[in-house]
Design a protein around this ligand. Structure first.
Ligand SMILES: *Cc1c(COP(=O)(O)O)cnc(C)c1O
Length: 390
């Protein structure tokens, strides 16, 4: 190794000793939703493909058709020549889906968050960012020139006090995930709307884990909690329940125009491949016509959470949320439990610091609508068993 980077050896050793080094592995996805890892076939309880759409034949057919007609890459940013008919159609469908006047696409949900926050919040403004927000929202806030205030959604009085103190700032933005993916709890959007309205603040919400999952029509927690008309900026991803790739923002025509002019992660990055747009558009059709997918997902998620709680596991979060965290404590214990589950044919995530606070390493299980009730029951029993031995 070059002398210049020799410090990396020591730093990496420190990470390994603390049980915090990341492992990378190769996954072979199978068409039935399972995957092969290290030669072993596993039921996938780790990916974010909640509705089982990423390998749905209808999405695949749409992606293949778009690829045959338009090629594999968009070849330039949307503002130059990358915005094809598939992009335009998806923008229209996303706006319609969320009942908003307009929508804009981004290369990823991460880019949507960073680009939107930095386009809106400038140096005379104040950003109020939830302590447990996704890294991409936090990075957007850090990159913005605004003053940053961190708040907790279980301590909203302090958010109100801070908003009061910031009343002389030019503008105030409250930024929140709608599903906090580490604890699987939902943001109290009606209360946040009240607070934002009282203090003349603008709400920016990220529905990454909620689009397609929550709400009668799958429009997210804003729909579930009936506050869609009270939220100015709605961000989502196409890469989780929608089964494709990309980020999006919906809102007023003026908001979307502004982002087309100012969002650097959109302007200076190549547009999505047409295939990703075509697949996402096909997914919106499935989400509209097959509500049973959401219903089955909620039922299986409830079953898993209740079974694990009955076994005495510490399982936080909303009963129907498909993210099911099981708190186990130290990082080594989380990794050992995940490996043991792998030996039994289940692929689940092990989440460690710095993603979660010290002492709260956890298994993160994600339920898909394709999991059977028997599979969920067997997994719960296996988790209970494995945790006895680690
Ligand atoms: C996954 C996720 C993102 C990032 O979305 P990508 O499309 O994968 O970049 C953003 N916000 C939240 C809350 C997420 O969970």
């Amino acid at each position: 190794m070059s002398q210049q980077l020799s410090w990396l050896n020591n730093e990496l050793d420190d990470l390994r000793r603390a049980g915090l080094a990341r492992r990378r592995r190769e996954f072979i996805p199978l068409s039935d939703g399972s995957c092969v890892v290290n030669g072993r076939r596993l039921i996938d309880f780790a990916s974010n493909d909640y509705l089982g759409l990423a390998r749905d034949p209808r999405l695949i057919a749409a992606a293949v058709k778009a690829t045959q007609e338009a090629g594999t890459g968009a070849s330039s940013s949307a503002l130059i020549s990358g915005r094809t008919e598939w992009h335009v159609e998806l923008e229209r469908r996303l706006a319609e889906f969320e009942g908003q006047p307009a929508a804009i696409l981004f290369p990823s949900g991460y880019a949507a968050n960073v680009g939107t926050i930095t386009a809106l919040a400038e140096s005379d403004d104040v950003l109020f960012c939830n302590r447990f927000n996704h890294a991409s929202l936090i990075d957007g806030c850090r990159l913005s020139k605004s003053r940053l205030v961190i708040y907790r959604h279980d301590e909203l009085e302090s958010l109100e006090r801070e908003l009061e103190k910031a009343r002389d700032a030019r503008r105030r933005y409250v930024v929140t995930d709608t599903v906090f993916s580490m604890d699987a709890d939902l943001a109290p959007l009606p209360i946040l709307c009240d607070i934002a309205e009282r203090h003349d603040a603008t709400l920016i919400v990220d529905e990454a884990h909620a689009t397609g999952v929550f709400g009668e029509r799958g429009r997210g927690v804003a729909e579930l909690q009936q506050v869609e008309h009270r939220i100015a900026v709605r961000i989502g991803t196409l890469s989780k329940a929608i089964g494709s790739l990309g980020g999006f923002v919906t809102g007023s025509a003026e908001l979307i125009d502004w982002l087309w002019n100012k969002a650097r992660t959109q302007m200076f990055s190549t547009a999505l491949p047409p295939a990703a747009c075509a697949a996402a558009t096909a997914a919106l059709d499935v989400i509209a016509t097959e509500p049973f997918r959401r219903e089955v997902l909620a039922a299986r998620s409830t079953q898993l959470r209740q079974s694990l709680r009955a076994l005495g596991c510490e399982v936080p979060g909303e009963l129907t949320c498909p993210i099911v965290p099981v708190i186990v404590g130290e990082p080594d214990r989380a990794v050992a439990a995940a490996s043991k589950l792998e030996e039994r044919g289940y692929f689940v995530g092990a989440i460690r610091p710095p993603t979660v606070p010290h002492g709260t390493s956890r298994l993160r299980i994600t339920v898909h609508c394709g999991h059977t009730s028997d599979e969920v029951a067997a997994l719960a029993a296996a988790v209970g068993d494995v945790l006895q031995g680690v």
